[in-house]
Design a protein around this ligand. Structure first.
Ligand code: HEC
Ligand code: HEC
Ligand code: HEC
Ligand code: HEC
Length: 130
């Protein structure tokens, strides 16, 4: 290998590994089978089963902003989706606690199940024991 080829090889290897590292931090939605917000750390309850794509198909939710939302100062929902962020990035910001984050999850998930009279509302139906 001459020097130019070696330099090109190093540059390409660097770019490829950088992409691998970056993409390793985010998942594709069809790979998700449970909710596990990193902000909780140690949990009191078992993991929440949530088969992302299967759930949304069965529940016929087309609008990503049902969950991946944002709102403006007037409380109007924005029209863009925020799936790049964990819920905790907004719901535990500004000195809020894990209680607030838990409430946000419960309001969103259980709230819709109650409204639609479909989907689990009992603790053990979502926090399925291992
Ligand atoms: C019923 C609520 C809900 C709906 C609707 C929903 N998602 Fe999600 N999605 C979640 C939850 C909850 C997570 C996070 C799981 C976690 O953090 O453990 C997630 C995670 C993701 C992730 C992975 C993010 C990462 O880096 O880990 C992607 C990508 C995603 N959703 C895309 C979408 C798209 C695109 C749509 C619309 C077609 C959509 N979601 C609709 C609840 C929802
Ligand atoms: C980009 C920031 C952001 C992200 C990410 C985000 N939210 Fe929110 N959410 C807000 C804002 C802003 C409001 C409105 C003000 C408030 O109630 O704090 C709100 C309101 C809510 C509400 C009360 C209003 C309603 O829809 O009934 C719930 C419940 C909620 N969010 C749950 C979630 C869940 C669950 C996730 C993750 C799937 C999530 N949020 C992701 C910013 C965000
Ligand atoms: C906008 C409404 C809506 C939201 C938001 C929602 N769900 Fe559901 N969910 C449903 C409906 C409707 C069903 C029943 C689907 C069926 O079986 O017909 C359901 C079913 C389920 C089931 C039963 C198994 C399955 O996959 O069908 C689980 C578990 C579940 N939801 C968890 C969650 C979790 C966790 C969240 C929050 C991250 C959430 N859901 C948010 C509407 C919703
Ligand atoms: C519709 C589904 C659903 C139901 C029903 C539900 N939860 Fe949750 N709960 C969630 C989701 C989603 C989270 C976020 C989980 C995560 O990120 O690990 C959560 C988080 C929590 C947390 C904070 C994380 C931890 O384990 O310390 C506690 C505590 C909790 N739930 C207790 C309860 C209790 C008690 C009940 C019954 C009164 C209940 N939940 C019912 C979906 C549900």
């Amino acid at each position: 290998m001459n020097k130019k080829a070696l330099a090109a090889y190093i540059v390409i290897a660097f770019i490829v590994s950088t992409i691998a590292v970056i993409s390793g931090f985010s998942r594709e939605q069809w790979e998700i089978t449970s909710v596990r917000d990193s902000a909780f750390g140690v949990r009191m309850r078992s993991a929440v089963s949530f088969n992302h794509d299967e759930h949304n198909e069965k529940a016929a939710i087309d609008d990503c902003t049902e969950c991946h939302h944002d709102y403006d100062e007037n409380g109007e929902k924005m029209d863009y989706s925020t799936e790049e962020s964990e819920c905790s990035e907004c719901h535990m910001a500004d000195g809020k606690t894990r209680m607030d984050l838990m409430r946000a999850y419960h309001l969103n998930c259980k709230g819709c199940h109650e409204d639609e009279k479909a989907g689990p509302v009992m603790c053990g139906e979502c926090h399925v024991n291992k």
